[in-house]
Design a protein around this ligand. Structure first.
Ligand SMILES: [Zn+2]
Length: 199
C-alpha cells in the first residue's frame, strides 16, 4: 500500500443520500461524545460511492475515544440483514468540536483494518465534526492505493425539504421595501434616503 497523489489515478467521489447525511448530523449533534457508526455504501460506478444509510453499533465511548463493545458487537453484527451487511463499507466517527485530522489511534485503526479488507474490495473511513469539516480515507485494494483528504471529492446533499424550509416557503414573506427609482438608477426610500443599487 502506498499513499498517492498522482495523475494516473482517478480520484474517488463520495456522495451521501439526504437521509444518510442528516442521520449523521442528527447523531453528532445529539451528543458531545466521539460517537461512531457504520455506513451502508453502494458503488454507483468505479470510484464513485453513495452512502445510503448509517447504523449505530454497540460501542464504548468517552470524549476522545471510541471502541466497539466486544460483548454486544458480534451479536449486533449477526442481526444486521444480509443485504445490508454486505454493503457495510464505511466507518465514521465524530471529533465533536475538534479538528478532523486522524489521531494516532485513527491511523492505527486504518492500518489494522487493511488486512481485513478483501483483495477486490474497498473501505471508507470518515471523520466529521460539528462544523461539518470532513476527513476521509479510502483504502482501495483493487488498485492497491489509499486515497486521503483532498484526493477524495465529497458531495453533500442539498438541504431541501426540511420542515423549516417548507414552512418558511409557505408562510414567510419578506416585507417589501417601498422605493421609487431615481433618474440616476439609485433607490430612494420613503424618507428620501438614497441607497446604492447593489448588483
Ligand atoms: Zn478520531
Amino acid at each position: 500500500m502506498k499513499l498517492i497523489n498522482e495523475d494516473q489515478y482517478k480520484f474517488p467521489i463520495v456522495k451521501f443520500t439526504y437521509n444518510a447525511y442528516n442521520k449523521i448530523l442528527d447523531l453528532i449533534n445529539a451528543t458531545n461524545l466521539e460517537i461512531a457508526w457504520l455506513g451502508v455504501v453502494t458503488e454507483i460506478e468505479p470510484g464513485e460511492y453513495l452512502v445510503i444509510d448509517i447504523l449505530v453499533y454497540p460501542q464504548i465511548v468517552d470524549a476522545t475515544n471510541v471502541e466497539s463493545d466486544d460483548d454486544k458487537y458480534p451479536q449486533w453484527l449477526m442481526d444486521v440483514p444480509n443485504n445490508t451487511f454486505n454493503k457495510l463499507r464505511l466507518q465514521g466517527h465524530s471529533h465533536v468540536d475538534m479538528h478532523v485530522s486522524p489521531s494516532a489511534n485513527d491511523k492505527q485503526n486504518v492500518r489494522d483494518f487493511i488486512t481485513q479488507i478483501q483483495v477486490n474490495d474497498y473501505y471508507i473511513f470518515m471523520i466529521i465534526n460539528k462544523d461539518e469539516d470532513i476527513h476521509m480515507t479510502i483504502v482501495d485494494k483493487r488498485q492497491n492505493v489509499i486515497f486521503q483528504d483532498n484526493e477524495i471529492e465529497i458531495e453533500l446533499p442539498e438541504k431541501v425539504n426540511s420542515w423549516a424550509d417548507r414552512d418558511i416557503e409557505k408562510y414567510v414573506s419578506r416585507r417589501p421595501v417601498k422605493v421609487r427609482r431615481s433618474l440616476n438608477n439609485d433607490l430612494i426610500d420613503n424618507h428620501g434616503n438614497i441607497w446604492e443599487v447593489n448588483k
